[in-house]
Design a protein around this ligand. Structure first.
Ligand SMILES: Nc1ncnc2c1ncn2[C@@H]1O[C@H](COP(=O)(O)OP(=O)(O)OP(=O)(O)O)[C@@H](O)[C@H]1O
Length: 803
């Protein structure tokens, strides 16, 4: 037999000597019995012949890169692989339990029906195995899931690794399985799905994997066993205590029993040899006997009758349960500690960063529809939160019905804008034995959704309420007493991560618009670089101020200099800065708040209290405004009016109330798919507003009175308008025209004649070419050259072109 085995090793090595053979081929230390040797050889023989027949596949390129990164990683926290495997096992168990709701048969019988996870160690072979009785994988699943189809998260994760390198995030990118290569250099995945035979997937992370039908391992019944052939330096994962510690740390909230094949030292009585009758153990027991004098005699008599025994320590193995499977959401919230919620969040969200969730809400809904739920606000937004926001159905809530996991793809549970929340819902009202599709239509889902939204918004508001930085001056005292520094700045953090979601909520959810508006934060002319809220804005409003003022643009720095703010600032009105493109859409939906209307200060309709002189001014500038409107008729300017918003600037261009603002026009122009017709239609009407106190305007007024037909004056009128357009945030449709006007104006200020022409350029290359041609011609055809000398200036280039 040995010879046979060796022959196999040799022939195999010629073809492709994978590392696994080295491992199996190496003479194991401590082999003791013949049967062990036989077993080992049989194993290696069958593996060898099988591997020869195995189908080989290449990993998809991105997956291969990912594996390279992992296998070469210096990342110190290698522990993470275990929680990823347990989490996959738990998902697989959830899947089979769900199928069993409608078809009990799928569970099988006996041990196969036990929904559990088992961990086993083989110190000698350095193998750590994690087995589940979950749904298992068919051959096709193995090929697709473990190597050939890259998930969207793969490249995102590879990219992230190249910059930040935190492997801890792997589970969030949906590529957790590959973390096995942090500790193993060879991995086998043995899997049995109800619809297929048992297969083995194996890979050394060297760009390829192999799949073979499994004819030599113990049949799994159903499920998956992952065998990690550990690297030498990963020996600690062969220690029971280490694995127990890790399961406690990372997998406490897995809803299936996790058992470890644990060793136990037990005392067993074995027949004692006669000559050993005075060893330590018998001495010990005789000492005990002395304690009870009354029974001493009887015991002596009995001992004489019994054969002599001794106690020895023996190692036995048995399954030891490592987790408490009572679901946290079924417990009374008062009895769950903050630490437990944090740990639960981490395992639920696969977010094993250092940060705690920003907030959570654990509640029971009663009435027509009963359910329990735990919701979390994560500390950070996931990398792809707003990518394909409108196209993906990704929800982060897990739905359970009577403790049975149903799905985490139920987008009926929460509206899209709350997709950043993590959590779960467990309902007793929903039916268990119907398909997901039927469940999706169930009327109770609407009620659940409604309640979840309310609770979610309350939970978010709580972050603000508890944040000392958020309070108005008037209630600062109370908060300071609470001295809760941990909560300080939490709402700003929330806002920076998820503010866009709240804005999308205002746009999409009319029912909760006001609640969401309360959560809105922004900077303003009076917020001192911090975030402020609408309530705080209202508390600072001037007496008699009716509207909430805001302005939109690309950055706060740019907006702060805007001419639209001149008089508002001077008169001490607060103006909100909206600088996110989504704000333009937001303000189309948010019309008012607490009976106050919103007013874009770059649009028509701005009222800053009564201005008694308006009528007079209108009258005295009538001639100028009429003249200007006339010369701008071809520029789509609807009117020229006296402005109430300017101080230092001669004029600005404002848009009509319901048309696009200049900022919106810019946003729409930058969108490739915007329809040009719609652009023209939605473009706000433009009104040139003039500052009657500005010297330029006053001068124009005088000159127009003298000679309204003066061409130079008309040019100046155009130029001032175009400058105002630009300063008001519009993109000039004809920058060339604007530039020409500026240069004419520069000419006149430099006293250059408007007709002064640009000097003709003599092209250097042409000049050289000319002289070369001249030389050639002079040397070859002297007389001709002489005759055509005058034409040389123009001809050579023509000649060249023809050639
Ligand atoms: N124990 C298992 N039983 C059945 N299928 C599994 C098992 N482990 C992995 N798989 C399959 O392989 C796929 C890839 O696993 P991987 O861990 O890389 O990603 P994931 O489970 O989708 O995401 P995550 O990393 O967040 O757990 C899984 O989606 C699943 O289909």
């Amino acid at each position: 037999r040995k010879l046979h085995a060796n022959a196999e090793v040799d022939s195999e090595e010629l073809v492709d000597p994978p590392k696994v053979e080295d491992k199996i081929g190496a003479v194991p230390h401590g082999l003791s019995t013949d049967s062990d040797v036989a077993k080992r050889e049989a194993e290696s023989i069958s593996k060898r012949s099988l591997r020869n027949n195995a189908e080989k596949f290449e990993f998809q390129a991105e997956v291969s890169r990912l594996m390279d990164i992992i296998i070469n990683s210096l990342y110190s926290n290698k522990d993470i692989f275990l929680r990823e495997l347990i989490s996959n096992a738990s998902d697989a168990l959830d899947k089979i339990r769900f199928l069993a709701l409608t078809d009990k048969e799928v569970l099988g019988e006996g041990d196969t029906a036990k929904l559990e996870i088992q961990i086993k160690l083989d110190k000698e072979k350095k193998i750590l195995s994690i087995r589940d009785r979950g749904i298992g994988m068919t051959k096709e699943d193995l090929i697709k899931n473990l190597g050939t189809i890259a998930k969207s998260g793969t490249s995102a994760f590879v990219e992230k690794m190249q910059t930040s390198g935190d492997l801890n995030l792997i589970g969030q990118f949906g590529v957790g399985f590959y973390s096995v290569y942090l500790v193993a250099d060879y991995v086998e995945v043995i899997s049995k799905h109800n619809d297929d035979k048992q297969y083995v997937w194996e890979s050394k992370a060297d760009g390829a994997f192999a799949i073979s039908e499994d004819t030599w391992n113990e049949p799994l019944g159903r499920g998956t066993e992952i065998r990690l052939h550990l690297r030498d330096e990963a020996g600690e994962y062969l220690e029971e205590y280490k694995l127990k510690e890790l399961v406690k740390k990372y997998s406490e909230f897995i809803n299936f029993p996790i058992n470890i094949w644990a060793s136990k030292e037990v005392d067993v009585e074995v027949p004692a040899d006669e000559d050993e009758s005075t060893d330590d153990e018998t001495t010990e027991s005789s000492e005990e006997e002395k304690e009870d004098e009354d029974t001493e005699k009887d015991e002596d008599e009995e001992a004489e009758k019994k054969p002599k025994t001794k106690k020895v320590k023996e190692t036995t193995y048995e399954w030891e349960l490592l987790n408490d499977v009572k679901a946290i959401w079924l417990r009374n919230p008062k009895e769950v500690t903050e630490e437990e919620y944090t740990k639960f969040y981490k395992s639920l969200a696969k977010d094993f960063g250092d940060e705690k969730p920003l907030s959570w809400s654990h509640f029971t809904a009663e009435g027509d529809v009963e359910f329990k739920a735990v919701l979390f606000v994560p500390p950070k937004a996931p990398h792809d939160l707003y990518e394909s926001y409108y196209n993906s159905n990704k929800s982060n809530l897990k739905l359970y019905v009577r403790r049975v996991f149903i799905s985490d793809e139920f987008d009926e549970l929460l509206p899209k804008y709350l997709n950043f929340l993590k959590g779960l819902v467990d309902s007793d009202t929903l039916p268990l034995n119907v398909s997901r599709e039927m469940l999706q239509q169930h009327s109770s889902l609407k009620t659940i959704k409604k309640k979840l939204i309310r609770k979610a918004l309350d939970m978010i508001r709580k972050i603000a309420d508890e944040d000392p930085d958020e309070s108005n001056d008037k209630d600062k005292k109370d908060v300071e007493n609470s001295s809760d520094d941990e909560k300080r700045g939490q709402y700003t953090k929330f806002w920076n991560e998820f503010g866009k979601s709240i804005k999308l909520g205002i746009i999409e959810d009319a029912t909760n618009r006001n609640r969401l508006a309360k959560l809105l934060r922004f900077e303003s002319t009076k917020s001192d670089g911090k975030l402020t809220s609408l309530d705080q804005y209202i508390s600072r409003m001037k007496s008699g101020q009716k509207d909430i003022f805001y302005i939109t643009g690309t950055s706060k720095e740019q907006l702060e200099k805007s001419p639209f703010l001149e008089r508002l600032k001077k008169k001490n009105f607060e103006v909100i800065f909206f600088t996110d493109p989504v704000d333009e859409y937001l303000m189309q939906y948010l019309m008012d708040y607490e009976d106050k209307k919103f007013q874009n200060v770059s649009k028509e309709g701005l009222k800053l209290g009564k201005d008694s002189k308006v009528k007079e001014l209108k009258e005295s500038f009538k001639e100028l405004t009429k003249w200007w409107k006339g010369i701008l008729a071809s520029d789509n300017v609807d009117d020229v009016k006296i402005s109430n918003r300017l101080d230092n600037t001669p004029c600005v261009v404002v848009t009509s109330k319901y048309g696009w603002s200049a900022n919106m026009e810019r946003i729409m122009q930058s969108q490739t798919l915007t329809d040009a017709n719609k652009q023209a239609y939605m473009r706000g009407k433009r009104v040139l507003e003039i500052n009657p106190r500005h010297p330029i305007i006053k001068e124009l007024q005088e000159r127009v009175a003298k000679d309204p037909e003066d061409e130079g004056l008309k040019q100046t009128g155009q130029l001032v308008y175009q400058t105002a357009l630009m300063e008001s945030g519009f993109v000039l449709s004809d920058p060339k025209d604007f530039a020409s006007r500026i240069y004419s104006s520069v000419k006149s200020s430099l006293d250059i004649s408007p007709d002064a022409a640009v000097e003709e350029e003599v092209d250097v290359e042409e000049a050289e070419a000319e002289s070369e041609t001249k030389d050639a011609e002079t040397t070859t055809k002297d007389e001709e050259a002489e005759a055509t000398k005058d034409d040389v200036d123009t001809e050579p280039s023509d000649v060249k072109d023809e050639l």
